[in-house]
Write a protein that binds this ligand. Structure first.
Ligand code: NAD
Ligand code: GLY
Length: 366
């Protein structure tokens, strides 16, 4: 048994015939080829990545796939959210056709959420759907984007507006990839983990409060615990509501205000997790105004966000009227009704519709 295998943890996403495993371990990247032999994929396999991630981890993944007997090619797209677009997806499709990947071929998404989303999207439409495996390399991708089957690309008229629900066959998480991740990106994943604590699991929230130093110091036990717990929560929610007809919306806690902030600042000032951190604080304030939680709990949420060095306050120059207009145009608005995910305590949220926009403006300007 290798060093990596000793620390392996498993989470299962239960979705009938589309069920799959999430494997979490340290030093397991080079074991991916061997694992894929258990599936009966065609020998030709394509790794989709970007130059930043591929330069760090491409050799290990390609060598592992080749050692397992796969005929491996790699397709790189430029690094950045702006390249999660239809044009890049089309170029990947062209490469797959040129290289004659067949209906039983598999794509490997090696990278953060951008690579995972575009690869899943391409896999879902190439020859009406081929296999894909997520090998996420950011903390946000470990705990959120690689699990649950939301795939897609951005359109110039809106983020994530073109996409599919399409589940991977496997999620393969090597926590050692976090060693090279810039701190600001690491914190975006931390924001999503704090989210899981607020929406579902008080113990996870307590852990995020008490074990900050170990987490930021990339202690393996601490990381394995928070990643596994987050994946378990996401797996449970997705298993109950794959297509977001109800429960899955709770994963959007902090995101209604977060998305409005990202839109108003043209995606330049805040990374996604940072905007979500501000959103979680302000959505907690809305919950307080609605009488669902008391001020102590709002302060607790803000304090844990601040303790990691994530932002919790709105920039002074943001216009609350404009933020509310963005919220009203969000793709999650149905029949003109905004939906907020509001904490009822730490570890429990409710989905609240029909909140008056004046109410929201009041909280945003407090
Ligand atoms: P990202 O994919 O842009 O990665 C962030 C940066 O880190 C990039 O520059 C990347 O090259 C670099 N990087 C990745 N891994 C690295 C590593 N190990 N070492 C050094 N650098 C590394 O950003 P992200 O935060 O991972 O993902 C954001 C995307 O995920 C957005 O497009 C968002 O819409 C999407 N998303 C999707 C879901 C979903 O359910 N599908 C959920 C949340 C977010
Ligand atoms: N990131 C929210 C979801 O997957 O539903």
């Amino acid at each position: 048994m290798s060093a990596g295998e000793r620390t392996i943890q498993k989470v299962r996403v239960e979705l009938q015939e589309r069920s799959y495993e999430i494997i979490i371990g340290s030093g397991i990247l080079a074991n991916i080829g061997e694992k894929l032999l258990r599936f009966s994929f065609s020998p030709k396999i394509a790794v989709i990545s970007n130059p930043t991630v591929f330069n760090l981890y491409g050799d290990a993944v390609i060598a592992s796939l080749k050692n397992a007997g796969f005929d491996c090619l790699h397709i790189l797209i430029p690094d950045g959210e702006e390249y999660k677009n239809y044009n890049q997806a089309y170029q990947i499709l062209t490469e797959l056709l040129k290289n004659r990947l067949d209906r039983n071929s598999c794509l490997i998404a090696l990278g953060g959420g951008v690579i995972g989303d575009i690869t899943g999207f391409v896999a879902s439409i190439y020859m009406r759907g081929i296999h894909f495996v997520q090998v996420p390399t950011t903390l946000l991708a470990h705990v959120d984007s690689s699990v649950g089957g939301k795939t897609g690309v951005n359109h110039e008229l809106g983020k994530n507006m073109i996409g599919t629900f399409y589940q991977p066959r496997l999620v393969w998480i090597d926590i050692d990839t976090l060693k090279t991740l810039p701190k600001r990106e690491l914190l975006c994943g931390i924001a999503e983990i704090i989210k899981y604590g607020v929406i579902w699991d008080k113990d996870l929230f307590d852990f995020m409060e008490s074990e900050k130093d170990d987490i930021l110091g990339l202690n393996k036990n601490a990381l394995s615990f928070i990643i596994k717990r987050s994946c378990e929560i996401k797996a449970e929610v997705v298993s109950k509501d794959e297509r977001e007809s109800g429960l899955r919306a709770i994963l959007n806690y902090g995101h209604t205000i977060g998305h409005a902030i990202e839109t108003e600042t043209a995606y330049r000032k805040f990374l996604h997790g940072e905007a979500v951190a501000v959103g979680m604080h302000f959505e907690a304030k809305i919950a307080e105004l609605a009488g669902f939680i008391d001020n102590k709990q709002v302060i607790r949420i803000k304090t844990v966000i601040d303790s990691y060095g994530l932002p919790s306050e709105l920039p002074m120059d943001l216009d609350s009227n404009k933020l509310v207009s963005h919220m009203q145009l969000d793709k999650k608005v149905v029949a003109g009704e905004m939906k907020f995910i509001l904490p009822e305590g730490i570890g429990k949220v409710k989905i609240q519709k029909g909140i008056n926009s004046e109410y929201i403006k009041k909280v945003l300007t407090q």
